[in-house]
Design a protein around this ligand. Structure first.
Ligand SMILES: Cc1ncc(COP(=O)(O)O)c(C=O)c1O
Length: 341
């Protein structure tokens, strides 16, 4: 019986959903939403805060500040409350209402940016805002998830090793890409492993993380409006881009079987299923990572009016949901990369 005295001391690390009965291809989905912050971002938050404490950057009157589309903000609100720091989250209008309310319930302060940057995202504007805060008062401490090596190191030390322990015959790993902390931590770990693992990054159409064209993206978590500073593409074997409409369909297909996952899980599952359909290889051991659960998306991904307004009336036709993802888009202008040609 685990008994804890700090909220970040609990994190379910070994829960997988077998998706074969739902999608017809063998894929084990690692669930990262079962902790008090509700997402995989707890791991990066703990690693970055503890590193800052070790480096003497945090004092009792420090105010942690971070740009986040939500989940890291929730994790930092929780850790800050537990450790007695103040926390300010700079987010944007794509952040779910429930996520914002969660941060506030945990004592975090939330500033919402409404101006798009040149790439059609909010990231540049959010980062400029954080920089201005930090230069206005030296009590602000910016952990900077986009550049902080603690972000990928958290997954090198935890997520990757958890998967390795459960799947010693792992062949392919599908990881959604936001800051690419999860992707780079896992990719670096498996590069040195006892057998080759194909690392497939899953991104959203409209993200420029891997060089695609900028476009509208409404589901938070995955995708970037700049190249992620942590990304080293030499560790990534392939990149798949998924349309948000396919993300929604995958989420609803999972929900139709009682599994309510977050939007980015729909993206990763959609991309992974398309990849598995194209690479019919019997006996392949494939794992994907589900960053969070669905409750934060009830007013978007799981709200029929919102979905139809944004993606059109046909999106949730039962045939479309049952058929699963349409062909996922390979990255334009570039063939799939192979590590060992
Ligand atoms: C729901 C969700 N999915 C995926 C990601 C991407 O993870 P990473 O930043 O490690 O690439 C995030 C990051 O915030 C997230 O909140």
């Amino acid at each position: 019986m685990p008994i804890i005295s700090a909220p970040h001391a609990f994190n379910e690390r070994q829960l997988y959903v077998d998706l074969e009965p739902i999608f017809g291809h063998s894929l084990y989905l690692k669930c990262e939403g079962f902790n008090f912050a509700g997402s995989i971002k707890l791991k990066a938050a703990v690693e970055m805060v503890e590193a800052a404490e070790k480096d003497g950057l945090l004092t009792p009157d420090s105010v942690l500040v971070e740009s986040s589309s939500g989940n890291l903000g929730v994790a930092l609100s929780m850790i800050a409350a537990s450790k007695g720091y103040r926390f300010l989250c700079v987010t944007d209008s794509r952040c779910n209402l429930s996520t914002r309310l969660l941060m506030e319930a945990l004592g975090g302060e939330v500033h919402v940016i409404a101006d798009l940057d040149a790439n059609g995202g909010f990231l540049g504007a959010r980062i400029n805002y954080v920089r201005a805060l930090c230069s206005s008062d030296d009590r602000y401490v910016w952990l900077s998830q986009y550049t902080n090596p603690g972000n990928w190191r958290a997954h090198y030390r935890t997520t990757a090793q958890e998967i390795a322990r459960q799947f010693p015959q792992l062949d392919v790993l599908f990881v959604g890409a936001g800051t690419t902390g999860t992707l780079m931590g896992c990719a670096r770990y498996f590069r040195k492993w006892h057998r080759p693992v194909r690392i497939v990054a899953v991104d959203t159409v409209g993200s420029v993380a891997f060089g695609g064209e900028p476009g509208r993206r409404l589901i938070p978590g995955l995708g970037m409006s700049m190249r992620p500073p942590l990304l080293d593409e030499s560790y990534v074997d392939e990149v798949i881009q998924v349309e948000e409409a396919d993300t929604i369909r995958a989420c609803h297909r999972l929900a139709g079987h009682g599994f309510l996952f977050g939007g980015s899980t729909g993206t990763v599952v959609s991309g992974a299923m398309e990849w598995l359909a194209q690479h019919e290889t019997p006996g392949l051991t494939a794992v994907a990572i589900a960053p969070d659960l669905g409750e934060r998306y009830l007013d978007t991904v799981y709200q029929t009016t919102w979905i139809k307004d944004v993606y059109g009336d046909q999106i949730l036709d039962s045939e479309a949901v049952a058929a699963g993802p349409r062909e996922a888009e390979p990255m334009p202008r570039r063939p799939a990369r192979r590590r060992n040609p």
